[in-house]
Design a protein. Structure first.
Length: 466
């Protein structure tokens, strides 16, 4: 497999496929609004959409540092699925039934995104094939069965556990010994969704200023190099780029994730792989991978790569390390040996927001008018939509337009998270954690034992994930 001609960076393959958009005008100077949204990704755009739909006369301004979808919304794996970061912790904090309600809301969110895309004529290559999580070691199989049982306990009674033969009949992953499938998922083209959503909210009358980095957020003020936007509500929707804001360096850790996309694969290769259902595909490794079969018959596959840049640094153009490209290629070929001769057309990276307790949150501080949502830990394609509808309800409740709703009562609303450790401790901790995960994965590949490697358990405790 050749990587000599691989395009590295350029934001992502999804933009290479669609073309980088012409930037909208930056903020021309000081301005006022009813609501100012900082960040033009999925969270910000969905929030603008639902607020404008609910109250059409609202004056809403979106401020975006680069262009809409420049961050994780334009670089992700295209998994529209029902996972949400922190559900198990919310069950411990608020009770099992509260977490079940959160999970049900996520199941319904997948349907909601599909519905709105159809209603607004956003063609995002959405295909509802569900999500297939596979295991290919004894330890992974044991974790898979536990995972499957837990998901059923949280209300996913339509989830299906498959054995080795049934799994390979769906997707022929080499060495697969089992899988768990949920219908609550779909594959999509991330950039087609974000571009369509931006055009939709703009047509509704939302003002979007691009090339306008916000440097600091204060109550009723969003400061930029070009002027200040004043509004009763300022909503921070910056996910992995939150660390760039003044005073937010340790709020959410910008974790790196990297991806590769093959050339379009010929029918002969697909005959060996299958994957006709176009499920989104994941595994039960500790340093897990995620993949999709694209609308034009490529495999887009991602994984962690170099997990974190010192000082919460973020990249500028999506370039990733050559060693990461090789590692992802190795995973691809291990799972699908018939791709060994395929060209890797594109490689890229992006950042996702990780809170210290790995719990996604949505909050509106009624005393200041400051709101935020994020910390999705890589599960944001659907969670952003639920967060946006929740922010809408919180603002309507605060402004006296409505009372509490089912969404405002969900356990992730108002959750408080402690800050990350200062450097160099967070760099050492994150790199040590993923070194441990990779070492555990290597040992599990050759071990006949069904138990999870103890080093991975120690890494989980270090991370605060369990």
């Amino acid at each position: 497999m050749s990587t000599v001609s691989t395009v590295n960076g350029g934001i992502s393959f999804w933009y290479a496929d669609q073309g980088t958009p012409l930037a909208r005008e930056p903020l021309p100077g000081d301005a006022t609004a009813d609501i100012c949204i900082v960040g033009g990704g999925y969270t910000g755009l969905w929030t603008a959409y639902y607020l404008k739909k609910a109250v059409p006369f609202l004056n809403i301004t979106v401020l975006e540092a680069k262009f809409c979808g420049y961050g994780a919304s334009g670089r992700n794996g295209g998994w529209l699925y029902n996972g949400i970061a922190g559900r198990d912790r919310y069950a411990k904090l608020h009770g099992h039934e509260a977490a079940v309600r959160l999970q049900q809301a996520m199941n319904e969110t997948v349907d909601e995104v599909v519905r709105v895309a159809a209603e607004e004529d956003i063609d995002a290559d959405i295909h509802r094939g569900g999500v297939l999580e596979v295991a290919y070691t004894p330890a992974q199989l044991a974790r898979l069965k536990d995972f499957h049982s837990v998901e059923i306990a949280f209300g996913e009674t339509d989830r299906v556990l498959r054995g080795a033969r049934e799994t390979c009949e769906r997707v022929n992953v080499t060495g697969a010994v089992g899988s768990s499938w949920t219908p609550h998922g779909a594959r999509l083209h991330p950039v087609k969704l974000v571009k369509g959503l931006a055009a939709t909210v703009e047509a509704l009358g939302v003002t979007i200023h691009e090339s306008t980095p916000v440097t600091e957020i204060k109550p009723k003020h969003a400061h930029t190099p070009y002027g200040t936007v004043r509004a009763p509500y300022i909503l921070r929707c910056t996910e992995g780029f939150t660390a760039n804001l003044k005073g937010q360096r340790r709020t959410w850790l910008p974790m790196n994730s990297s991806m590769i996309a093959t050339e379009p694969l010929p029918r002969s290769v697909w005959d060996t792989i299958g994957w006709d259902g176009r499920e989104t595909l994941g595994d039960m490794a500790h340093a897990y991978m995620y993949a999709q079969r694209t609308a034009d018959d490529r495999i887009a596959l991602g994984g962690r790569g170099v997990p974190y840049r010192f000082g919460s640094g973020t990249d500028n153009d999506g370039r990733t390390q050559p060693a990461t490209i090789e590692a992802l290629r190795d995973i691809l070929v291990r799972l699908f040996p018939t791709t060994a001769g395929a060209r890797i057309d594109h490689a890229w990276s992006g950042v996702l927001g990780v809170p210290r307790d790995w719990c996604a949150t949505v909050t509106l501080d009624r005393s200041t008018g400051l709101g935020w949502a994020g910390g999705y830990v890589g599960s944001g394609v659907a969670t952003t939509n639920l967060a946006a509808r929740t922010l809408r309800d919180l603002i309507q409740q605060d402004s006296g337009q409505s009372g509490p709703t089912e969404l405002t009562a969900l356990p992730w609303v108002g959750h408080k998270v402690r800050r990350w450790e200062p450097e160099p401790f967070r760099w050492l901790g994150v790199h040590g954690m993923y070194a441990a995960y990779r070492a555990a994965d290597r040992r599990e590949l050759t071990s006949p034992r069904p138990g999870t490697d103890p080093v991975a358990k120690a890494a989980d405790r270090l991370a605060g994930r369990h």
